[in-house]
Design a protein around this ligand. Sequence first.
Ligand code: GUN
Ligand code: FE
Length: 421
Amino acid sequence: MRIYKAQILFTKERTRFEVMPDGYIAVENGTIIGVYEQLPASLAGQPVTDFGDKLLIPAMNDIHVHAPQYRNLGIAMDLELLPWLDNYTFPEESKYSDTEYAERMYRRFVRDLWRFGTMRTVAFATVHRDSTRLLMNLFLEAGMGARVGKVDMNRNCPEALCQSVEDAVRDNEALIAEYAKPDALVSPIITPRFVPSCTPEMLQACGELARKYNLPVQSHLSENRNEIAWVQDLEPESRYYGDAYRRYGLFGDTPTIMAHCVWTDGDELALMRDKQVMVAHCPTSNLNLASGMAPIRKFLNEGVPVGLGSDISGGHDLSIFKMIVYAIQISKMRYCQDKSLPFLTLPEAFWIATKSAGRFFGQVGSFEPGYEFDALVIDDSELNHDNYSLLHRLERFIYLGDDRQIVRRFCRGQEISEPKI
Ligand code: GUN
Ligand code: FE
């Protein structure tokens, strides 16, 4: 058993922070067994790790990111989604047939997730089995949780990224046999890139894999208006974009994340609610690719689950703390256009990044009994020069801080040290 003492903040509920000055968290086998304002008599005499005046908060979850786009971080900002994929993204991902190149890039990617306090990640890799395996092993080596998808695609892409359905199934099954274990910290997720990249046969095969091995699914949905129109041409029998995934068993039959959902509304939104399909909201990507402003307030009102994603390299920033800020700011711009959808508050955006997104990994993202202990210790002394309240200290860290304030990191109760690059 471990007991930690610190200035504790988390969001058990969506609309407000729990604040526990000099509070205690007891952890056994990686799981929280109690959170206390005062240490109960039954635990007296147990050794306590005291973080003093530092903040202790849940670690961040990134539920949508493309690991093999890390080299393109912060460049190639001049195109919208479809030409951006053809001109910048597919050429970069094609390099991942080379596992030495992949290792060099993936090491830096995992190290930087660590820097920014992201302890759980849902990632796209590429179509390549060996470099996907390498990425999974780097997460395991680091001790950080991840769902990693070998990407499946077989149309409208360069030769180097186009795989036959048989090869895709074979490679997925190899990774599934190796990594899909109950409670595994790092495990596979079925990843058809998006409808324009996958023939009906590929979508069908992906749905069958998800069902056969009871695996989660991730893809992209209703990100860009040209993309949506293209999907309607490619899948004329589908009533809307999400319906195309539904027809192949890829829309909530197993736990599902759909990235973006900028233009989701009506029947698509209702089906996401009914099937509890989780939205990965990627605010920086939506800005950089000029995709639009996702209706996050509407998703919350309707009970559609939401988490945050960096969507590197559509997004240019790996920090989920910064995604919290951007999500709030975008919701404010959207509010200016439509006053019926109030903008997000800080506790709401923090809850989306932690407890709401954490649900995808089990009981992750909050400090409550039964939750896995995923946590960050924040030394904000440089930012706290005038006795700010604990809530204001957290707010200033989120808005003004960066990785320099994150001094300790825990995933499943284990302290995570800096991964080697
Ligand atoms: N849709 C299909 N592939 C991608 C991708 O790599 N990034 C984004 N933002 N959208 C996509
Ligand atoms: Fe994406």
